[in-house]
Design a protein around this ligand. Sequence first.
Ligand code: SF4
Ligand code: SF4
Length: 617
Amino acid sequence: MEPLLKLDASACTSCFTCVRTCPVKAIHIKEGETIPFIVHQQCIGCGSCVTDCNSGAIAYRSSVDDAKALFNSGERTAVIVSPGISAEFHDISDYRKFVTMIRSLGATLVNEVSFAVDLIAYKYINLFNDFKGRYYITSNDPVVVAFITKYRPNLISNLTPVVSPMIAMTRIVRKIHGPDIRVVYVGPEIATKEEALQFDGGSRVDVVLTFQELRTLFIEYKIDESNLEYSDFDPPLSYKGSLYPLRNGLVQAGDIDENALTTNVLSVEGKMEMMEAINEFEKYISVIQRHFCITSGNALAGPGMTWHGNRQLKENQVINYVNKRLQNFFRIEWYNDLQRFMNLDLSREFVADDQRLPEPPTEKVREVLVQLGKNKEQYSGCQECGYASCLDLAKDIARGITIPQMCFSYTLRNKISFDESVRTLNEKLAQSRRALRDSQEKAKVVKESAIQASELTNAMLEKLRAGVVIVDNMLKIVKANSVFATILGEDALEIGEVIPGLVGADLKKLIPVGFINLFSYVMSENESIENRDIKIGEHLLNVSIFPIVKGKIAGGIIRDMRAPEVQRVEVINRIGEVIERNLGMVQKIGFLLGEGATDIERMLNSIIEFYKGEPKK
Ligand code: SF4
Ligand code: SF4
């Protein structure tokens, strides 16, 4: 058997209305997930999730095919109809047309469940009046029964040990028409579909249809009141049991005293009211000292109805229907029927199906409350989350069956802080953009300065009369001036025309091995070589090589000693050196040779002066 409810994830819009509306929190939502899920064994079949899900993502188990199969089987079938028909089928002009429409489906008998309500009401009166110290909660509504067996199993003995109107009517029909007759129940609730599964034998309900499903069958079989005649319900007929859908319908059916000053029964209607009333029964029954007649309110607003709301209109429909029915009411006949079935066994037992969850650790609950931003004074809360208090919500979050986002103020705060973070982030982003723009500007200026500096360096290098070359650790030329290319000769000049500054050229291919070794030495040892004379072909070169970046860049200054300006300066320098180095020796020789030494010095100085005085070419 399929579960009672099915949640279609593809239709779900993650609004979590169902999570909020479920009175027993049987719909869970896990942290980080967006689609809730139904824990079927915890469900009490109230149907709130079905009616409140605007996306239609939650549907109940259909029994339409089962009904069709039964009607087509040719077996004798009794359709027993909940008194809620008057509220649902306001569009059918006369209830007797409605009865004929059901017969047209293939039903052998059409009975009112209202007669069973009359009977049960009298069972209740007897129970209440034969007070033996135990107060009762009525058990006619399967939602109330499911709530107590699953969530207040300690109150099972306070449930009236009487079957619901659906089961009572099934027993009556079988009592009259034999055990083989098949039974189809039609009503506004869906909890009856689950209730029916708990009974077999004479209490077996073969198919449970909702009013919605009955309408589906009418449409499918093209059954319309316009071409049908009247027919009445099959006996036994009811009296005030047709008032059952009203809040105090059961009480009225049994003529139970409703005078506030004298009654021993309190009437309660609604899902939340049901839970509150049962809580109060549990705590204060010794003070209240009254029986509780509780219904979930589904008799007029169940998930199996096709239209919701308009409660006053529906109540009015019910009252009008009952008045109309009573126009042809034969009290003696009804009374005889009542007496006939008064001794029918309508008893039942209830079995606990405890679905209460263990209490979560106190520490964990406290942490959740802090996370939600709640202090002790705020525990009662706004109840927008669907919980009676912040504490209850915190407990379920601690149990891992719901999420903090169910708390409106928490979500709002997070949204505000999220917006704040986004705003801060945007500001930071704008700042970063501004900083990036500034550094791009600076980089541009630096780049332009570097270009200028490079151009200046190049110009300066070109102005030098010595050859200059800068190489990397692979001895590839990083920069060289044109004098350097000129010193190296034709090949280098040709390369220089194609690659200005010989950038990237391999020095090893341009100068002899001995010269290369000097560069390799400087690069590896990080030591300068100064004023080394080397000969390349006809050229006598004076070379100084020095490290620029240790192990990575080295530079060389090469002077062609044949160049006249170099010759002149070099002669001056070298003669100066000779004079310096040999002055002492000359003085000694002068001492030995007398005046001759002075003449030598004078002669050398005159050579220097001569070169200094020679005009530049
Ligand atoms: S109420 Fe419907 S749409 Fe919203 S979360 Fe529940 S199943 Fe999804
Ligand atoms: S039918 Fe009622 S109890 Fe069951 S999941 Fe839906 S809202 Fe919850």
